[in-house]
Design a protein around this ligand. Structure first.
Ligand code: AP5
Ligand code: MG
Length: 221
């Protein structure tokens, strides 16, 4: 069972690395942000939730915990999963620990540490394919043809919450509500691996993560 928690601030590269890992490990990528955006797109969410996400604040623990518990119980997650963007409050961390602990599963937490001064540039430059989800960056990873997905030719979009004002709100929520989760994991004796993700390319960061996972493979197997 490979239970991987990709942890890090907005723009730290969680989605970028999770997409690479899911391809190489054959276990699902579970992104709470993507799941919530899908729910909004399908018209199943309240205006309150839409407004919460547009402001950069966190959605309620109850909604997110229920969504994740349901997702982790699906058959494709039986042999492992990569969590991206969850847990991000102490309440969520407690819920996850109880869920994993009850099943004898030991997770590895990978903290993608990134300087805040590079995050605004990364996020304002992010572009995403609305069809296949591939992530680009106008500076560090541009598509071959401006504004068009390399893989399926769809026009790329900017996420609603990637304006500079909202990014600052998301970073504030991270500092206040999410950063303490790292201390919770460390103090509870969970494995937390630090990966410096500020200065390396996505491939360089991926190499470091793979080394970590290889190093832990005996425990994760
Ligand atoms: P979510 O979708 O999780 O957003 P986030 O945490 O703000 O993180 P991002 O997706 O913005 O960044 P990322 O780390 O995935 O970086 P990426 O790989 O894209 O959450 C959105 C909202 O949903 C929240 O604000 C909240 O409202 C709600 N929500 C979600 N989960 C919740 C929860 N558990 N509880 C409550 N509410 C929740 O990379 C960013 C850019 O950088 C890309 O352009 C990429 O190409 C580029 N890049 C990546 N790596 C590198 C590199 N090494 N070098 C240069 N560029 C790079
Ligand atoms: Mg993401």
């Amino acid at each position: 069972m490979k239970a991987i928690v990709l942890f890090g601030s907005p723009g730290s590269g969680k989605g970028t690395q999770a997409k690479r890992l899911t391809g190489c490990l054959g276990i699902p990528h579970i992104s709470t942000g993507d799941m919530l955006r899908d729910r909004i797109r399908s018209g199943n969410e309240t205006e309150t939730m839409v407004a919460t996400m547009q402001s950069g604040a966190l959605v309620s623990d109850q909604v997110v915990n229920e969504m994740v518990e349901q997702r982790l119980s699906e058959p494709d997650a039986a042999h492992g999963f990569i969590l991206d963007g969850y847990p991000r409050t102490l309440d969520q961390a407690g819920t996850l620990s109880t869920w994993l602990g009850g099943r004898g599963i030991h997770e590895v937490v990978i903290h993608l540490a990134v300087d805040y001064n590079v995050i605004i540039a990364r996020l304002t430059g992010r572009r995403q394919c609305p069809r296949c989800g591939t992530l680009y960056n106008v500076t560090s990873h541009p598509p071959k043809v401006d504004g068009v997905c390399d893989l399926d030719g769809t026009g790329l979009v900017v996420r609603d919450d990637d304006s500079e004002a909202v990014i600052r709100g998301r970073l504030e929520a991270y500092d206040l509500q999410t950063r303490p989760v790292l201390d919770y994991f460390r103090e509870a004796g969970h494995r937390v691996v630090e990966v410096d993700a500020s200065h390396e390319t996505p491939d360089g960061v991926f190499g470091k993560i793979c080394q970590t996972i290889d190093g832990q493979s005996a425990e994760l197997a």
